[in-house]
Design a protein around this ligand. Structure first.
Ligand SMILES: C[S@@+](CC[C@H](N)C(=O)[O-])C[C@H]1O[C@@H](n2cnc3c(N)ncnc32)[C@H](O)[C@@H]1O
Length: 268
């Protein structure tokens, strides 16, 4: 039976299949199909398998910007928008920012759009993400965290921001059923208690940040507390825990102090 091509009926079909934002999704799918009923059939069939909507429509809105999202690339979440806005607030007009684990490049693009004179660079270990972020106009390098970034930026960076993988290994099986049917554990897996990559970022950031520069990381649960000792030892000051409207911990914001107790990851 063909998929209904009016908003109400398609929304009802999606709602019946368990999609919470059925009306919005129906609207996006109809817009993407643009009256092509065969295309609409195939788009809806894909959605009913649980494939992320953004992979089907090809984009998502993040901080008011349309971000291209290619199949296989992590879909930027609205929950990360406040962190991106804090990064915008901490970046001077002509400053320098690094977006680690950029995925589709949503945070980097938000920074570039709000600070067109700033230098914004990004990295991701997944080549599909690198291609997607490049298509979104981001200067992105393929590789592990800071490793592929230009060394000329060392000590000059105003903001390091990242939505890095931070889900504890034990919590991976609790993620939504469809998550790993489509998305890669590489986007989520933060090791034992989820802080493996977060700790590496804390350790390596002082090499790139200028004194007074900001580190902004998404995290959750007890992770801010777990990282407290590392933050102090590595010379970060003014550590603020960022929470959402429900009071749930969503990230940390810290400033690199003037005096560096450790040379961190410089390796010398
Ligand atoms: C949770 S997603 C976040 C993507 C993006 N920051 C966003 O909010 O839309 C994490 C991303 O980190 C990348 N990644 C995982 N481990 C990495 C590493 N060691 N170095 C660089 N990127 C990594 C994954 O490929 C994925 O794109």
């Amino acid at each position: 039976m063909p998929v209904p091509n009016d908003l109400g009926a398609l929304a009802a079909l999606l709602s019946g299949a368990g999609f919470i934002a059925a009306s919005e999704e129906a609207h996006e799918l109809l817009a993407r199909a643009a009256g092509d009923v065969e295309l609409l059939d195939s788009l809806v069939a894909r959605r009913l398998t649980g494939e992320p909507l953004a992979w089907i429509t090809g984009s998502v809105v993040f901080c008011g910007l349309e971000i291209r999202v290619d199949p296989g690339v992590y879909v930027p979440r609205w929950q990360s928008e406040p962190l991106a806005r804090r990064a915008v607030a901490r970046l001077p007009t002509n400053g320098v920012a690094i977006d680690l684990c950029t995925g589709a490049g949503a945070i980097a693009k938000t920074l570039i759009t709000n600070h067109p004179s700033a230098r914004v660079v990004a990295s991701d270990v997944d080549e599909r993400a690198v291609a997607c972020a490049t298509a979104n106009g981001v200067e992105v390098y393929c590789g592990d965290l800071f490793a592929p970034l230009p060394r000329t930026l060392e000590g000059r960076v105003d903001v390091v921001v990242g939505v890095v993988p931070y889900v504890p290994a034990t919590a991976l099986p609790l993620l939504q059923r469809d998550t790993f049917a489509f998305e890669s554990p590489l986007s989520y897996d933060g090791g034992g208690d989820g802080t493996d990559i977060l700790r590496r970022v804390l350790t390596d950031s002082p090499r790139f940040l200028r004194r007074g520069g900001a580190l902004l990381l998404e995290l959750g649960g007890e992770q801010a507390e777990a990282l407290g000792d590392d933050l102090g030892r590595l010379g970060y000051l003014d550590v603020a825990v960022l929470a959402d409207d429900d009071g749930d911990v969503r990230g940390i914001e810290a400033t690199l102090g003037a005096d560096q107790p450790c040379s961190s990851a410089r390796g010398d």
